[in-house]
Design a binder for this molecule. Structure first.
Ligand code: FRU
Length: 551
């Protein structure tokens, strides 16, 4: 299946074979090019591969090396080892070893970002698997997006921190893997801060350290560790050789202690870590990012904590704290630097494919936004990469009829990608369906619409039979979740719909609720875009074409 997408340069493979001396299950290569390319087959069992340099092991991971025809190729950026000789050993079928080749291009480079199912305005990794966003931090004009990553396969394994940077939250440049697994464990989720006051001592004069706090996961336990970078996240040094700064398995009688989310607590002039431990989020504090003191615990959350303060309706004199977990369900409350006191919740503001979302640290005060990126659990069928990041959104707190609630909308930078194409008002649904015919086959676009129900209990909007919007005013269900508009007597619903090649994101009523899904057209359905529901009015309908974020 992958052959049409990944054109392997056999010539360079063969040239390189000649400079590889192959014995049984190891080969020795002098690294002269940027990448090592590996042939992969999902039909092969995972086996252990090791890189050794000067008799010392420098990397170990599991890989399904193809001994026959590869289904796809993955790569490792070897810039750090240029000029060095490494021994690669593999405890599986040695036949695949001879196919590994080095090159200044990754296999499939020429069709990179143009693959059939490559999302065009969502971040995806070049090759391999991604899950949670990690270490979201803005620093010197760059938004950093680290992420859970298996560089060697399109499925979850070998957790590492992948890395990409952007100047505008829209166009991303993927950089080499930032954190590789080590003897303490694989690199699970975490966060990153800029240590301006050099509290950790990792910085140099005029060069504050970017400090990453991550979980190292091993079969026995999950521990919290620290790494720092003095070159804007390009390379990291593991503090104390990756040994833990927090090991709380015994305290909690649980190995589920993970995903440190750290930020600077200005009023108390100390660091705060929200850490998921067993059944909720604990708070730890620190003066130097190395020694941590347990302070408190809020039950009711699983994985990937976040905790931040937001002004209600922009009122700087009325601020509340928000705590959420991996599902994005949240509590609103107060926080004194040591204890989070819930006042309301749990609530939800987004659902569907979103998981493990994190918000940015270190957004300049002059900007002041709380920007979130969520993992989009969207399978990328038949591709050498898998999953994606959802559009970055700005989170705000608003007073609503139900109390204070989180809203989320794509950040303003996203709008540069969309060009108005058509706009109509006050249409009958049949007319609207007719007008949208010219957009049936668009692989990506944005549609904004307001529908009004009168004769129907249910109405909505489909794309080739897939329900993008399905609103039931009787049970107040919107695509499977309870939703009640601000004016409960309102029969209107506004949906801002972002359709990419493999996903759909929907923002309802100015961000009061949002959801996302894999794009899954019913191949037998010929309807294209289709409003449905008895006698509904399409009060507004706007179509935007969508640019690609990839060059
Ligand atoms: C959430 C999660 C985290 C963990 C990571 C491992 O998706 O399970 O709790 O750190 O993924 O990849």
């Amino acid at each position: 299946m992958m052959k049409s997408i990944l054109k392997v340069t056999l010539t360079s493979a063969m040239i390189l074979c000649c400079s590889i001396s192959s014995f049984a299950a190891d080969i020795t290569i002098k690294i002269t090019k940027q990448y090592l390319n590996f042939p992969i087959s999902q039909k092969t069992d995972r086996k252990i591969m090791k890189f050794e340099m000067g008799g010392k092991e420098v990397r170990e991971f599991k890989i399904r090396l193809a001994s026959g025809e590869p289904e796809y190729w993955v790569f490792s950026d070897m810039t750090a080892y240029r000029g060095k000789t490494i021994k690669i050993s593999y405890d599986g079928d040695a036949a695949g070893l001879s196919k590994i080749y080095q090159d200044d291009k990754i296999a499939g480079q020429d069709s990179l970002y143009q693959e059939k199912n490559r999302p065009q305005f969502h971040f995806t990794t070049k090759r391999g698997w991604i899950n949670d966003p990690n270490g979201l931090v803005f620093y010197e004009g760059e938004y950093h997006l680290f992420y859970q990553h298996n560089p060697y396969e399109r499925e979850w394994e070998n957790m590492s921190w992948g890395h990409a940077v952007s100047k505008d939250l829209v166009h991303w440049e993927e950089l080499p893997v930032a954190l590789h697994p080590d003897k303490v464990g694989t690199m699970f989720s975490g966060s990153a801060v800029i240590d301006y006051d050099n509290t950790s001592g990792f910085g140099k004069p005029g060069k504050p350290a970017m400090v990453a706090l991550y979980t190292a996961d091993n079969p026995d336990r999950e521990v919290q560790c620290v790494a720092y970078s003095l070159d804007k996240g390009r390379t990291f040094t593991k503090y104390n050789d990756g040994k833990p700064v927090i090991d709380s398995k015994e305290k909690w009688n649980s190995r589920d202690t993970r995903d440190p989310r750290v930020f600077w607590y200005k009023p108390g002039k100390h660091w705060v870590m929200a850490l998921n431990e067993r059944d909720g989020h604990s708070i730890y504090t620190s003066a130097n990012l190395k020694e941590w003191k347990y302070e408190s615990h809020t039950s009711g959350f699983w994985e990937c904590p976040d905790l931040f303060e937001l002004a209600v309706d922009g009122d700087q004199n009325n601020k509340k704290w928000v705590m959420y977990g991996a599902s994005n369900t949240y509590m609103i409350g107060s926080f004194d630097g040591k204890t989070f006191k819930p006042e309301s919740g749990k609530h939800y503001f987004s659902s569907g494919s979103i998981y493990a979302a994190q918000t940015y640290n270190n957004i300049p005060e002059s900007d002041g936004r709380r920007i979130q990126i969520g993992w989009g659990r969207v399978p990328q069928q038949g591709m050498a990469f898998n999953n994606m990041m959802l559009l970055p959104t700005e989170l705000t707190l608003k007073k609503t009829k139900d109390g204070i609630r989180l809203y989320s909308l794509p950040v303003k930078e996203v709008s540069q990608l969309f060009t108005p194409a058509q706009k109509w008002t006050d249409l009958k649904s049949d007319d609207a369906n007719e007008k949208l015919k010219e957009f049936y086959n668009a692989d990506r676009l944005r549609i904004k619409t307001t529908i009004k129900l009168s004769h129907a209990t249910e109405a909505g909007f489909n794309l080739f039979g897939q329900r993008l919007v399905g609103y039931d005013l009787n049970f107040n269900m919107l695509n499977g979740m309870f939703y009640s508009p601000q004016d409960p007597t309102s029969m209107e619903l506004t949906a801002d719909i972002y359709v990419d090649r493999t996903s759909v994101e929907v923002f309802i009523d100015g961000g009061a609720y949002s959801y996302s899904m894999e794009r899954k057209p019913d191949l037998n359905n010929k309807e294209g875009f289709h409003f449905w529901g008895n006698n509904i009015e399409v009060k507004n309908l706007e179509v935007f074409t969508a640019k690609s974020i990839w060059k």
